[in-house]
Design a protein around this ligand. Structure first.
Ligand SMILES: *Cc1c(COP(=O)(O)O)cnc(C)c1O
Length: 409
């Protein structure tokens, strides 16, 4: 039983078809799809005239503020297919001391399984369930695997998760704890992806790699919808997004276009800053070279595991969105990332993940080089709770039986 009408009411749905993001080739809705015939992501298309007529903005605003309030702009047809663990609207937290007066952190660490991967996976799993999938495999740097495990287990779908060997221990364990079979592979995430792809080609499971099924983008899109509502339908001037596969950046960009078509927002767009780590910056390199696609980054290494993605199948979609927005792609080093995490926690009491720290480090750099102004309203994405990551050692032992120098504590 749920007390939330977003999870119980049937709503009209408006998906018309899917479309190849590269060629525009059309695919039927309500069928199982992976990549398009040219190996690129599929995008879900909606009857937006229908949405405009049946689901005015004010009606959606009157609903409880969670991810499922946006149902008419989401692909799930039947309410019974929703597999929810409580996908709340995440708060915008000011960080005046470590960021500045106009900086807000969208704290995605509050979501189920502690990361924004929950947004994408809750949608992808609901659609897999609706379309009769019983076994899923996925390569992951950690957070996506945890979200997949949680949602798939909840609805009885079997999961196999492959992680690069350097995946943080806590992620490997949370994946197992939530019912998936998890393996460490001696390689990077795309090496894990190759194994998943082989099994999928043999018909052993459905491939849930980033952007290789169409519905994660739709889940991640809700970040853009939420931001618009939270900003009273006037988007911020800049968004700093830690970019691995880029699902969130691509999803938000899609959400903005859909909302403009619906007349919910105007034509103004935030500058999109795709933030990567200096030790793995394929999108930055391609952006700077003016390329449409990004070459694989060899020997990727960074503390920010979630953005350690050497090759992204949606590279051209990320690059296109960043360029259209007038933003840029930026790389920041691990020392700047760790300093940003530390500053934000000590000065503003918000413990970000390293990927979130990367956005603060990039913001600082953008401020210094004049890419943004201190007056600009800026949103940084903290994509996971800092509690999932290793922290510096602390806690000096106190002997309760001995003398304690209370003044010296
Ligand atoms: C997955 C992940 C990212 C990257 O997200 P994409 O949308 O795939 O680019 C960033 N930070 C964290 C913590 C992640 O888990």
């Amino acid at each position: 039983m749920s007390l939330n009408p977003n999870l119980t009411a049937e709503r009209p749905t408006f998906v018309t078809h899917l479309e190849c993001s590269m060629t525009g080739e059309r695919y039927e809705a309500d069928q199982l799809h992976g990549l398009s015939s040219v190996g690129r992501p599929l995008l879900v298309r909606y009857d937006l005239d229908g949405v405009r007529a049946m689901a005015p903005r004010a009606m959606i605003e009157a609903r409880p503020t969670d991810l499922w309030r946006w149902r008419e702009l989401l692909p799930v047809r039947r309410t019974a297919d929703i597999v929810s663990l409580g996908e709340i609207e995440t708060p915008l937290v000011p960080i005046p001391k470590s960021g500045g007066p106009n900086v807000l952190v969208k704290d995605e660490g509050r979501l189920p399984t502690g990361s924004f991967k929950a947004r994408g996976l809750v949608m992808a799993v609901a659609m897999a369930k609706a379309l009769g999938v019983t076994k899923i495999a996925m390569p992951t740097n950690g957070n996506a695997g945890a979200a997949l495990a949680a949602y798939a287990t909840r609805c009885g779908i079997e999961t196999i998760v492959l992680c690069p060997e350097e995946t943080p221990e806590v992620n490997v364990r949370e994946i197992a704890a939530q019912g998936a079979r998890v393996y460490r592979v001696n390689g990077q995430i795309d090496d894990c992806g190759a194994i998943v792809g082989r099994g999928a080609a043999e018909g052993r499971w459905f491939d849930f790699s980033t952007l290789k099924e169409p519905y994660r983008i739709e889940g991640k899109k809700t970040m853009g919808l939420e931001l618009a509502a939270q900003f009273r339908w006037k988007l911020p001037q800049a968004i700093f997004y830690p970019t691995g596969g880029g699902t969130g950046l691509i999803g938000m960009w899609k959400a903005f276009a859909e909302m403009e078509t619906l007349g919910w927002i105007g034509p103004e767009r935030p500058k999109m800053f795709a933030v990567q780590a200096s030790g793995c910056a394929p999108i930055v390199r391609a952006f700077e070279a003016g390329e449409e696609h990004a070459e694989r980054w060899e020997d990727a290494a960074t503390v920010a595991a979630g953005i350690r993605v050497p090759k992204a199948v949606g590279d051209f979609l990320i690059l296109r969105a960043v360029r259209e927005s007038g933003g840029t792609a930026m790389a920041v080093g691990d020392p700047a990332i760790l300093k940003a995490v530390d500053d934000c926690a000590r000065q503003d009491g918000l413990l970000m993940c390293p990927e979130g720290g990367a956005t603060l480090a990039a913001y600082r750099e953008a401020l210094r080089t004049g890419l943004v102004d201190e007056d600009d309203r800026v949103v940084l994405f903290n994509c996971a709770t800092g509690l999932k990551y290793p922290m510096p050692e602390a806690g000096i032992a106190l002997d309760r039986h001995g003398e304690i120098d209370l003044g010296g504590l």
